[in-house]
Design a protein around this ligand. Structure first.
Ligand SMILES: C[S@@+](CC[C@H](N)C(=O)[O-])C[C@H]1O[C@@H](n2cnc3c(N)ncnc32)[C@H](O)[C@@H]1O
Length: 458
């Protein structure tokens, strides 16, 4: 399996041989009477989520810190769930913290992930199998992957994803969050609650897609990080379109089944060998079907699973993987900003002149000023927090400090609000025109006799 995994990397990403001086060598000494001595919890490499390299670890063959390399997986089995397509269950008792399986697939750069996600979406594939790996790469388990691709989402998961450095490269593993008993369904939190719903704009694949208005919008990682009700209220009231959800989720199940059967596993388990547990109801309750909203949110997004939860993310905000493709790349941030700046703008002063009433003109100009102010505040805030964002890029971590993310949300919301107010004011004055002093509803001197109504489409 490892070989295939590596070869799949070669398709898009050269496997770079680690330089000798970059290899992390721990200081453990194997002691037969202390089993944990050979790279257990206190091993320096384990503490930094880095696997020891065979031939370099002082504990030699006793080293216990090569789980990805040696594919030390727990026993698992694919089964048919009710309403969630295929799922994966524990085929033995699993201990809390235990490495269960690596999330294998084709390692592809973000541009390729973007292209594929669009293709899968166009093909009607509703299941999401693409997850972010690091700043620039994604793992696509749609066509080739390990059994980890069958693990479903749960908001009360018994597993979690963790990133490890193995031979100098980042890899993603599924780990038990708690003791898991035999026959329990495995599940982790896809962490997408902000992905497909209110933050559908984080589906930022389309460079030319002007539907989405927010750049570098930090996402919340866990319940502890929930934004204040005030912010949420502002976000949803300002951009109601972004939470509009459509489509019926149930249609996805056929595609799910087809895709499960078409899968080309990297794993050596033939698909026919998959145990199909049709008669059984949900084995453990760890995974519930998505709520209606979540299902719709899922369907609305392209097939990309949201970000991998990093160990350190507990008190931090998390960028979603979908948005990661752009957000995480240092080159992308300025590019996106210039795109944002180059977005079709309109001249509010010119629009204001089209109104007959002085009050209407003043109101539009006032809101235009407020919009400019909010935009420039957001721009200067960007410069202020840029080091933190870039640090995040370098680390390839999923998190930026909460304080930075909060500031960003606040400023972004203010900008949204200012834009909304401006647009609202124009629409209101077009729909309910105030009369000018001369009793006219349109300005006699309107340049070129433009129709103000056309600005409604701006
Ligand atoms: C990584 S796949 C998981 C395996 C998938 N169930 C299958 O049959 O191949 C992710 C997809 O499974 C479905 N899924 C995952 N968790 C779910 C849940 N709790 N309820 C409903 N569908 C779920 C969604 O379609 C999602 O895009």
């Amino acid at each position: 399996m490892q070989l295939i995994f590596v070869s799949s990397r070669v398709m898009f990403k050269e496997h770079t041989k680690q330089k000798e001086e970059d290899i992390a060598v721990c200081e453990c000494k194997y002691n037969a009477s202390v089993p944990d001595s050979a790279c257990g919890e206190r091993c320096l490499n384990v503490l930094t989520s880095t696997e020891c390299l065979p031939g370099y670890c002082p504990c030699g063959d006793y080293c216990k810190n090569q789980r990805f390399q040696k594919c030390e997986y727990a026993k698992t089995k694919v089964f048919k769930t009710e309403g969630r397509g295929w799922g994966l269950l524990a085929d033995e008792d699993i201990k809390a913290g235990q490495f269960i399986i690596e999330y294998c697939g084709e390692v592809i750069p973000s541009e390729e992930a973007k292209r594929r996600s669009q293709t899968y979406e166009a093909q009607g594939l509703m299941d999401a199998y693409i997850i972010s790996l690091d700043a620039n790469y994604f793992v696509d388990a749609t066509k080739k992957g390990s059994l980890a691709r069958f693990i479903n989402h749960s908001c009360q998961p018994n597993c979690e994803t963790r990133k490890w450095t193995v031979m100098g490269e980042t890899r993603v593993g599924i780990f038990a969050k708690q003791d898991i008993s035999f026959a329990s369904e495995l599940a982790y939190d896809y962490n997408f609650e902000w992905y497909g719903g209110a933050n559908e704009h984080n589906h930022v694949w389309e460079d030319g897609d002007e539907r989405y208005t927010v750049d570098e919008f930090p996402l919340y990682d866990s319940a502890e990080d929930e934004p204040s009700a005030r912010l949420l209220e502002r976000m949803t009231s300002i951009n109601p379109e972004s939470i509009a959800m459509t489509d019926d989720y149930s249609e996805g199940s056929n595609n799910r089944l087809a895709s499960a059967l078409n899968v080309e596993p990297l794993y050596s388990v033939p698909v026919e060998a998959i145990a199909v547990n049709t008669g059984k109801s949900e084995p453990c309750g760890a995974t519930k079907s998505f709520s209606e909203d979540t299902q719709k949110a899922f369907q609305q997004t392209n097939p990309i699973i949201s970000g991998i939860q990093s160990d350190s993310a507990a008190q931090s905000f998390n960028f979603s993987s979908a948005s990661d493709s752009k957000k995480r790349s240092a080159q992308h941030i300025p590019k996106r900003r210039s795109k944002q700046n180059g977005r079709k703008q309109f001249d509010a002063k010119h629009v204001a002149k089209l109104f007959a009433s002085k009050e209407a003109q003043e109101e539009v100009i006032k809101y235009e000023e407020l919009r400019k102010e909010a935009t420039s505040k957001l721009d200067s805030l960007y410069d202020e927090i840029r080091p933190a964002i870039e640090e995040h890029e370098r680390d390839s971590q999923d998190s930026v400090p909460t304080s930075v993310a909060e500031k960003w949300i606040e400023a972004t919301c203010s900008k949204w609000k200012a834009e909304f107010d401006l647009h609202f004011s124009i629409v209101k004055n077009v729909v309910c025109p105030r009369q000018s002093a001369t009793g006219e509803t349109n300005p006699p001197e309107a340049e070129g006799k433009e129709d103000p109504v056309k600005y409604l489409t701006i």
